[in-house]
Design a protein around this ligand. Structure first.
Ligand SMILES: [Zn+2]
Length: 322
């Protein structure tokens, strides 16, 4: 009898540990947010990204497959600030177990940063005239789609995830949401967030020392998604290839851009993997500069994680400004 009781007790412990070990399901609209959740949760979370590699959040339309991914998600992470409004109608209401529905923790991190007054003031970082200043309309979109009207004149720039210091704030917020859905693992989530903050601090050092080692500060990006990065590390955005994010630039704009790049001291311009590199290649050829990659999202070979992607971006910046 004693043996049977012991056996039952061991089975109970096994079952309890199995229940406890069930990972929390997290869905994120873009890869950087997904990877922050992995940094915090480790093996205690399963994370899926809606936006597949090669897609831009500026132009994305969700698929039925995306809707399936959100089923049973306990935490839903989005950028907010109108960048990924396309995700709103597929965010699920919550998970049901034994007749009890647990509301999904919907975190719109950009809106949370803004409401918490944690977003830096980006006014005052516009480049002075005298260098290339082809950023007149940059960031704003004229496609009439309300969901894309998020930047200058239309609201707050949503590209906060490219600033590792803001990322540190976000991993804490992700840990807070995980504490709500799985409070029994609160210690694990808090420890994960502390570890992630440390890794992001190292990344911050890498970016700071990279820019400090460069003799110049001017960058020309594919679209104007790097204001937070520029503001944090003292980079100066002097030009963007896409006058409006997600929209091919007009002929006159391109001609003036090539002329201005020729007059500048730029030796490279940046393309992005989510956008066709054809235009960047033509501009580079005409202006006599190189094309390098600044990837705002990552999630591809060699750029699998947020940290790897941002380190690759730092290397590209060093290459462009050396
Ligand atoms: Zn963007």
């Amino acid at each position: 009898m004693k043996t049977v009781t012991s056996l039952l007790f061991i089975l109970f412990l096994f079952a309890a540990s199995f229940v406890q070990a069930a990972p929390v399901r997290v869905v994120a609209t873009i890869e950087p947010l997904a990877d922050w959740a992995r940094m915090v949760g480790g093996d205690d979370v399963t994370v899926e990204t809606l936006l597949a590699p090669g897609h831009s959040p500026h132009t994305y339309d969700p698929t039925p497959g995306d809707m399936r991914k959100t089923v049973e998600a306990s935490v839903f992470l989005k950028v907010g600030l109108h960048l990924d409004d396309w995700a709103d109608h597929i965010a699920n209401a919550g998970t049901s177990r034994d007749g009890v529905t647990t509301p999904c923790q919907l975190l719109s991190l950009g809106d949370w940063l803004k409401a918490s007054a944690l977003l830096p003031d980006l006014s005052g970082i516009e480049p002075k005239s005298g260098v290339v200043t082809r950023i007149g309309h940059a960031g704003a979109h004229d496609d009439g789609d309300e969901a894309h009207h998020h930047e200058e004149g239309h609201g707050t720039d949503p590209h906060f995830w490219l600033d590792p210091i803001l990322a540190q704030r976000c991993v804490d917020e992700i840990a807070r949401a995980l504490c709500v859905v799985a409070p029994e693992r609160a210690d694990c989530w808090k420890a994960g967030a502390a570890r992630a903050r440390g890794e992001l601090a190292v990344l911050d050092d890498v970016l700071s020392s990279t820019v400090a080692s460069c003799s110049r500060r001017e960058i020309a990006c594919f679209h104007d998604g790097y204001k937070y990065l520029a503001a944090r590390y003292g980079l100066i955005r002097v030009a963007v290839i896409e006058e409006y994010a997600g929209k091919a630039p007009g002929e006159r704009y391109l001609i003036e851009l090539v002329r201005d790049i020729k007059r500048s001291k730029l030796t490279a311009i940046f393309a992005e993997p989510q956008m066709s590199s054809r235009i960047a290649n033509v501009i580079a050829q005409e202006a006599g500069v190189r094309v390098l990659i600044l990837d705002p999202l990552g999630g591809t070979p060699g750029r699998e994680t947020y940290l790897k992607n941002m380190r690759a971006n730092a290397a590209a910046i060093r290459d462009a400004l050396k």
